[in-house]
Write a protein of this length. Structure first.
Length: 534
């Protein structure tokens, strides 16, 4: 045991320069906080009480039950032990930056990144990307939890890499933890394993060492996934939680893939196509012409550096073949959630995608790469393009948060007027008259001029803080809006009545707010029609 603890301490220190580790840690933390505040401070300081976040201003029993149904029991435990149930934007933001800073530090150690510029870019990529923008914009209530899972993922791979079988076993336990927070983040574990193996080959390590070490990661993934499944089944038996099995983000969706891409090659092709679309589809919300060309240039640089290494690298043929295979497998590993679900995932599920930005940095930094001048030029080009992409993401982040802020203010104005109309309608008694809302907020403009570029980012597509009233889930959002934002008494009808009124012929014939007749009593319920479509 003492020997193991001694090895553990040694893994965190550079024997040649013990102060280097402290500087690396401080650099990673400083860069994450720098990039993170530049991009997300607006969201941290203003909050995002909209969309799904309305249901988690206070994580009541409904929110806790939903997390359990999705198999995310780790999030429930985390809330109890670390930060409580309230949605406190600044606190959650600081926790998010702390966890990401530690994860960036582990990633830099894992990939042997010592140059300050490389560490700064890795830190930026991990805290400023499309997924973190979506989290901060609409899902800040779980941003710190998801990024804590990223930290667990980085720590799992670090332990596997440094401590042989003891590290593999400990890593398996951490993989279970990752899955219990957000299942799609398993791709972060797989992506870091692949990048670590690529780095070892680029540094001239032998085929056998890298190959068999990579194989040793499979038990970590299998044991971690198996333990997670056993815990879920135990909870299902002991607590009677009926796990969600039908939606795109269901934990058991992977077990029901019989109707989507049943043939292996079709499924694999779909994985690679959807991965490429995240970077090269000109219709993607976060892409403009400049970003698209930057992705093309970065991919071309990575391909050129890889070909240079394959042609002139100071390693054997088997090492080069393995490098080529691992590079080809990287998109599959980063998009493994797509392989399991067979459906398009939203931006939160794509966090691992952005780790691919690290590949050209690794290729340019290879110790076994010939032509030092070419390597130096490659590092400079990769760093420049990565920095430009990060700056574009900073701009995108701030634009999304301004858009959300404007929409929240517009929703407050609209719902205040609606409430005023209700309270001045004869027969309405606050807190006693049962209400049903129908349709999206049609009184608001369908598009915020100048911000349409960002409307496809997950959670930023609506023009209202309340996305709609077409389901009982968003009915709970209405309840939260009246309770916390308007702080007023309302009595909303039960689920059955709410659902029935969405398709009632009499409701369909009603005019839309603010027209006269948009509020009507039907079967003892007061119906408020806010839009023609849900």
């Amino acid at each position: 045991m003492n020997q193991f603890l001694s090895k553990l301490r040694g893994a965190w220190e550079d024997e040649a320069n013990p102060q280097r580790e402290k500087r690396l840690l401080l650099l990673a933390l400083g860069c994450v906080f720098g990039w993170g505040l530049l991009a997300h401070a607006y969201g941290f300081l203003n909050g995002s009480f909209s969309h799904d976040g309305l249901n988690a201003i206070f994580a009541d029993g409904v929110e806790v039950y939903w997390k359990m149904q999705l198999g995310r029991f780790g999030a429930v435990i985390y809330r109890r032990l670390i930060r409580g149930r309230l949605h406190l934007p600044w606190l959650l933001g600081m926790l998010s930056l702390l966890w990401t800073g530690l994860a960036a530090y582990l990633t830099a150690k894992l990939l042997r990144l010592r140059r300050p510029a490389a560490v700064a870019l890795v830190s930026g990529v991990m805290i400023v990307n499309l997924s973190t923008i979506a989290m901060c914009g609409s899902y800040l209530y779980e941003m710190d939890m998801n990024l804590f899972a990223v930290l667990l993922a980085a720590l799992a791979v670090f332990l596997w890499d440094r401590f042989d079988w003891p590290g593999t076993v400990l890593g398996a336990l951490l993989v279970t933890g990752v899955l219990s927070f957000y299942q799609s983040l398993l791709a972060v574990v797989i992506g870091l394993i692949l990048l670590r193996c690529i780095r070892r080959l680029l540094d001239g390590e032998r085929f056998a060492l890298v190959f068999f070490s990579g194989l040793q990661s499979l038990p970590m993934l299998v044991i971690g996934g198996g333990l997670y499944t056993l815990l879920l089944r135990h909870m299902e038996r002991t607590r009677g939680v009926p796990f969600n099995t039908g939606s795109y983000n269901s934990v058991f969706r992977a077990m029901e893939r019989t109707e989507a891409d049943p043939r292996l090659f079709d499924a694999l092709g779909d994985v690679y196509r959807s991965f490429a679309a995240a970077f090269f589809d000109s219709g993607a919300s976060h892409l403009n012409a400049r970003t698209l060309w930057l992705h093309v240039l970065l991919a071309a640089l990575a391909a050129a550096l890889l070909l240079l290494f394959l042609a002139r690298g100071k390693t054997g043929r088997t090492e080069k073949l393995l490098l080529l295979v691992l590079t080809a497998l990287l998109p599959l590993g980063l998009n493994v959630a797509r392989l399991f679900s067979g459906r398009d995932g939203h931006d939160l599920m794509k966090y691992a995608f952005w780790l691919s930005y690290l590949l050209p940095l690794l290729l340019a930094d290879a110790e076994a790469l010939p032509l030092p001048r070419a390597a130096k030029a490659g590092r400079a080009a990769a760093a420049l393009m990565a920095a430009l992409l990060l700056w574009g993401s900073v701009y995108t982040a701030n634009a999304v948060y301004v858009k959300k802020d404007l929409e929240q203010k517009a929703t407050l104005s609209l719902m205040t007027r609606v409430l005023g109309r209700l309270e001045n309608t004869e027969g309405y008694v606050p807190g006693e008259t049962e209400l049903v809302f129908v349709g999206a907020n049609g009184a608001l403009n369908p598009e915020l001029y100048g911000f349409s570029t960002y409307a496809d980012i997950t959670g930023a597509d609506a023009v209202s803080a309340i996305p709609g009233s077409f389901s009982t889930y968003y009915y709970n959002a209405y309840r939260a809006y009246f309770t916390y934002v308007l702080n007023t008494r309302v009595l909303l009808a039960d689920d059955a009545a709410w659902d029935a009124m969405q398709t009632d012929e009499r409701v369909l014939a009603m005019p839309v707010y603010p027209a006269q007749g948009c509020i009507r009593e039907l079967d003892g319920l007061w119906v408020v029609k806010l839009g023609a479509d849900a």
